[in-house]
Design a protein around this ligand. Structure first.
Ligand SMILES: Cc1cc2nc3c(=O)[nH]c(=O)nc-3n(C[C@H](O)[C@H](O)[C@H](O)COP(=O)(O)OP(=O)(O)OC[C@H]3O[C@@H](n4cnc5c(N)ncnc54)[C@H](O)[C@@H]3O)c2cc1C
Length: 303
């Protein structure tokens, strides 16, 4: 399906997206960008966006301060993606913000034509081991969901994060699922998961969430691995496990980075095929602003 024409945006898109995620006949495809640090990486991101645009991407998202990236550029690059025609989900975190600052940012996302907000607590800033809320801010993502619903009722499709392999700070599985249910009860329309490389983790997570009364669509996050080194770095950061079978396939490529990248594409394609066979509402691709693997994965999906 082509991108939704811009004249429908952004107000209609929140309901369109929620309906699309609930359509069992047609899984959605979305891609995640992060705001580039300099002009060169900006060119790469925008080239990637232009390359992916005709390939049946239903919507894009852009991160906010993830992994220490700048937060100011989420709005400006997000606006560029909107201008290109992407229905856009802007990520937003509570880190270092008062309630008023968050409300101002929500208003700016509205003015920039963002279609949705992924409401997150965020990680502790570099050098801090625990999350400390701003004195006039929020401690948990559920509070941000409530704020968005309060100041812009039904304006945005609101997403929240889910963790098939448990959030690293979770007390236990039961509490993590209970807090996920709280976020949805606060007004979230859908859940996007942290990346996982073993679908069994996603299936188990969805079953637990459904048992806890979470009915919202749970969009699986899939990353086409680029190399064993990249997977170890990234999965270490996200606390996601790399299945031994994938490690073996990557190791069998030796130092051949292109062969490793192909293994990553093929693994992601197999993951997505199985997810769709099990009625996942779509797939959210962690593309790291790079086009090549995403194009290969998407071409197979929409062909
Ligand atoms: C799809 C996705 C996109 C992301 N994008 C970004 C991004 O753009 N920028 C960025 O900085 N980070 C991003 N992150 C990382 C995210 O900010 C971190 O994982 C963060 O540590 C948790 O955020 P959360 O929204 O899940 O928090 P919460 O839902 O608030 O949960 C955080 C922890 O607190 C616990 N908890 C929740 N509610 C309560 C409660 N009431 N009482 C006690 N404990 C509670 C949870 O179990 C969990 O352990 C993303 C993560 C995902 C999965």
């Amino acid at each position: 399906m082509p991108l939704i024409p811009t004249f429908f945006l952004p107000t209609m898109f929140s309901t369109t997206l929620v309906k699309a995620l609930r359509n069992p006949e047609r899984p959605t495809i979305s891609v995640e960008f992060f705001p580039p640090k300099d002009e060169r990486s900006a060119e790469t991101m925008l080239r990637t966006a232009r390359t992916l645009q005709p390939l049946g991407v239903d919507f894009a998202s852009i991160t906010y301060g993830a992994g220490g990236t700048s937060r100011d550029t989420t709005l400006s690059y997000g606006a560029e993606l909107v201008a290109m025609g992407f229905p856009l989900i802007g990520h937003l975190t509570c880190v270092g913000h008062s309630r008023q600052e968050l409300a101002d940012l929500v208003a700016q996302y509205d003015a920039a034509g963002f279609s949705g907000i992924l409401a997150l607590r965020g990680d502790p800033p570099k050098g801090q081991s625990t999350f400390t809320a701003h004195p006039e801010g929020f401690s948990h993502a559920a509070e941000l969901v409530k704020l968005v619903q309060e100041i812009r009722p039904n304006r945005f499709a609101i997403g929240v994060a889910g963790f098939p392999e448990l959030h690293p700070e979770a007390l236990n599985e039961a509490s993590d699922i209970r807090f996920l249910a709280d976020k949805v009860a606060a007004g979230a329309d859908f859940v996007t998961t942290q990346l996982f490389l073993d679908n069994a983790d996603y299936f188990r997570f969805v079953a637990l969430a459904r048992a806890a009364g979470v009915e919202a669509p749970i969009l699986p996050g899939v990353m086409p691995v680029l190399s064993l080194k990249q997977a170890r770095n990234f999965c270490g950061f996200c606390k996601a496990c790399i299945p031994p079978a994938l490690i073996a396939e990557l190791e069998a490529c030796g130092d051949d980075e292109e062969a490793q990248r192909k293994v990553g594409v093929s693994w992601a394609q197999r993951q997505i095929r199985e997810l769709f066979e099990h009625n996942a509402p779509g797939v959210h691709l962690y593309i790291l602003n790079k086009a090549e693997s995403a194009v290969e994965v998407l071409s197979a999906l929409r062909s």
